[in-house]
Design a protein around this ligand. Structure first.
Ligand code: ADP
Ligand code: ADP
Length: 237
C-alpha cells in the first residue's frame, strides 16, 4: 500500500509543482496518472523514489515513511522500488540475463555485471520471472537484439528482481506500437494482481489509460483534479 499525504514539492523558490497531494494506492491496483505536460506527473514519481526531495508531506510505503529516510535506510527502501522506463534503460551489450540481474544488484556498472558469476538462486529466480513474462528463451541474447516489446519485458523483469514493494512506470509504452503497448499494460495489470503490488504508471496517452486501467488519476498544475474509473472521466470531459 502506498499512502501519500499533503505532499508538496517546490523547486527552488518557485511556485510549488505539487500542491498538497493526497493519494492512496492499495496493493494489486494499477493507477494511470494523466495530465498535460508540466502537470507534475514525473515529479510525483520522483518524489516516491526520492530522486527528487519532497518539500513537505508524507509518503508511506507499507510501514515505511520514505520522505525522511537517509543514506543506508534510503538505499534499502529504494531497492524495493521497481522502476520501468520509457526508453527501457537496458545495457545493450549485456545479455538479457545480465540486464535483469542488474535489478538485484542495484544497477552496478555494466562491466561488473558482465564479469560476475550469479548465485544459482538468482539465476533460478530470473528464469521464473522471465518465464512469467514470456522472454525466458531470450536469456542469453544481447539486449540490443530484441524488439521494443521484448526489451520492455526485460525492463519489467529487472524491476521484479528487486523484489519490489511498488512498481513505478514512467511512460512505459511511449516507445511502443499500439499492439505491444496493450501487451505491456496487460502484463503490468497481471503482475499487480499476482504479486499484490501497487503500480503507478505515468502515461501521456489518455486513450491507453482509459482502455487498460481501472483507475485514473488526473493531474493539473500540481493538483489531483480527477480520481476515478475511466467512464467517469468521459463525463468530466
Ligand atoms: P491542457 O489544456 O492540455 O490541460 P494546459 O494548456 O492547461 O494543458 O497546460 C498549460 C501550460 O501551463 C503547461 O504547459 C504548463 O507548463 C503551464 N503551467 C504550469 N504550471 C502553471 C501554473 N501554475 N499556472 C499556469 N500555467 C502553468
Ligand atoms: P509532467 O511530468 O507532468 O510533465 P513535471 O513533473 O516534469 O511534469 O514538471 C512539473 C513542473 O515542474 C513543470 O513546470 C516543470 O517545469 C517543473 N520542473 C520539473 N523539474 C524541475 C527541476 N528539476 N527544476 C525546476 N523545475 C522543474
Amino acid at each position: 500500500m502506498l499512502r501519500i499525504n499533503r505532499l508538496v514539492k517546490r523547486y527552488g523558490n518557485g511556485e510549488p509543482v505539487l500542491k498538497n497531494l493526497d493519494l492512496e494506492v492499495p496493493g494489486e491496483s494499477v493507477v494511470s496518472i494523466i495530465g498535460a505536460s508540466g502537470a507534475g506527473k514525473s515529479t510525483l514519481l520522483r518524489c516516491i523514489n526520492r530522486l527528487v526531495e519532497p518539500t513537505s508531506g508524507s509518503i508511506l510505503l507499507n510501514e515505511t515513511e520514505l520522505t525522511t529516510l537517509r543514506k543506508e535506510p534510503l538505499r534499502r527502501a529504494r531497492r524495493r522500488i521497481g522502476m520501468i522506463f520509457q526508453g527501457f534503460n537496458l545495457v545493450d551489450r549485456l545479455t538479457v540475463m545480465e540486464n535483469v540481474q542488474c535489478g538485484r544488484l542495484g544497477y552496478i556498472p555494466y562491466w561488473r555485471a558482465a564479469l560476475r558469476r550469479y548465485p544459482a538462486e538468482d539465476i533460478e529466480r530470473a528464469f521464473q520471472l522471465m518465464e512469467r513474462v514470456g522472454i525466458a528463451h531470450y536469456a542469453n541474447k544481447r539486449a540490443d537484439e530484441l524488439s521494443g516489446g521484448e526489451r520492455q519485458r526485460v525492463g519489467v523483469v529487472r524491476a521484479l528482481m528487486q523484489d519490489p514493494d511498488i512498481l513505478l512506470a514512467d511512460e512505459p509504452t511511449a516507445s511502443l506500437d499500439p499492439v505491444t503497448s496493450r501487451q505491456i499494460m496487460e502484463l503490468l495489470q497481471k503482475l499487480a494482481d499476482e504479486l499484490h503490488l501497487p503500480v503507478l504508471i505515468n502515461i501521456h496517452n489518455v486513450g491507453e489509460a482509459k482502455e487498460f486501467t481501472q483507475r485514473i488519476v488526473g493531474m493539473r498544475f500540481g493538483r489531483i483534479i480527477f480520481d476515478g474509473v475511466p467512464d467517469d472521466l468521459d463525463q468530466e470531459a
